[in-house]
Design a protein around this ligand. Structure first.
Ligand code: SF4
Length: 341
């Protein structure tokens, strides 16, 4: 297919019933919103965002644990997006403690090298950010440095969504950035239509076309529409680095119950960098008590505009839930780009 117009025409021609596909990536959502793609898709073709924003899926208990460490006198270092995500007692940006925004784990280590105080990096992200954190821990950072490991893997969440069936998904657009690192072999166990897609509007249109085609042909496999960046094997070196430092464990996600083997924790030989152990802090499960429906948005069963707080009590300036805080959150993206269904 030559260009976006051809793909769009092919998509218009092929869509013959209602289809719902899910992507699992904040960058895909931003690309869809910025390009106005939803407004030109066939009416019967719906693309929803799933749990693709690492900040949004970080549960309140993990924010509370970071706040507890700040209250114990630790310097907390983390990404800007996490600062305003609410825990049960507020967010990191409104507590009485030393909380610093850093661009990455290396900057948190630099802070530790220049102080005698304890520095805790709140380490969030999917397969994309975990290798850098692993690489840093392998360089033997100072003893006053530790992390709260909030990393999670995407495939177990997809498995949960498929088993549960709540979102009635016809197929998945796989996250391009995650697949650059992790490849897509692991997704082949899911016998549903899946396409790895890039982030240009044409990439996304092509991904959607390939998804519809798979459904119509009764296939359920992984196809790669982003071969310029993604291979089946991914970046083996980066994945090996993850498994040298971390091991998987069962963990809950915001909006989800505990998902087996979906989280990363430090291996015993790296325990000295485990801030939870070092400061005797526990991550507690928190039940939801608010009108925010981020949980439903993250499971792909509600649109941001279904929330009665959207654009009223909850705005990018005054966010109520994490999906309105993060630049990868569906609510913030919908608010900034005036998205509607
Ligand atoms: Fe939560 Fe705000 Fe989104 Fe509603 S609009 S789901 S309150 S983040």
């Amino acid at each position: 297919m030559a260009d976006g117009k051809d793909i769009k025409k092919a998509l218009d021609d092929i869509v013959d019933r209602k289809y719902t596909f899910m992507h699992i990536c904040g960058t895909h959502e931003a690309a869809i919103a910025k390009s106005g793609l939803r407004s030109i898709l066939p009416e019967d073709l719906k693309i929803v965002m799933g749990p693709g924003c690492p900040v949004c899926i970080t549960p309140q208990g993990e924010i509370d644990a970071a706040i507890e460490m700040a209250e114990k006198g630790c310097i907390i270092a983390t990404y800007g997006d996490l600062m305003r995500v609410p825990g049960t007692k507020g967010s990191l940006d409104n507590i009485d403690g030393d909380v610093r925004v850093v661009q990455g784990v290396h900057k948190a280590v630099e802070i530790a090298e220049k102080t005698d105080k304890e520095v805790v990096f709140i380490s969030v992200g999917f397969e994309t950010t975990a290798p850098t954190v692993a690489a840093t821990l392998l360089t033997d950072p100072p003893d006053n440095f530790s992390i709260v490991c909030c990393h999670r893997f995407v495939p177990p969440a997809m498995k949960y969504l498929l088993e549960q069936g709540e979102a009635q998904i016809d197929g998945f657009m796989l996250p391009g950035h995650v697949c650059v690192v992790a490849g897509y072999e692991e997704y082949e166990e899911f016998k549903v239509p899946q396409v790895v897609a890039g982030f240009e509007a044409d990439d996304i249109l092509l991904g959607l076309y390939m998804l519809v085609k798979q459904v119509k042909e009764g296939r359920g496999e992984v196809e790669n529409a982003y071969p310029r960046a993604v291979s089946r094997e991914g970046n083996k070196k980066a994945m090996d680095m993850i498994y040298r430092v971390f091991e998987s464990h069962d963990v809950d996600w915001r909006g989800f119950p505990v998902i087996p083997d979906s989280g990363l924790k430090l291996k015993p030989e790296f325990e000295k960098y485990d801030a939870l152990k070092k400061f005797d802090v526990e991550i507690k499960h928190v039940e939801k008590h608010s009108a925010c429906i981020c949980d439903k948005v993250l499971r792909g069963v509600a649109d941001p505009t279904d929330c009665k707080l959207f654009g009223k009590a909850c705005t990018p300036q005054n966010p109520v839930g994490p999906c309105m805080v993060s630049h990868e959150g569906a609510c913030k993206i919908w608010a900034l780009y005036n998205q509607k269904r």
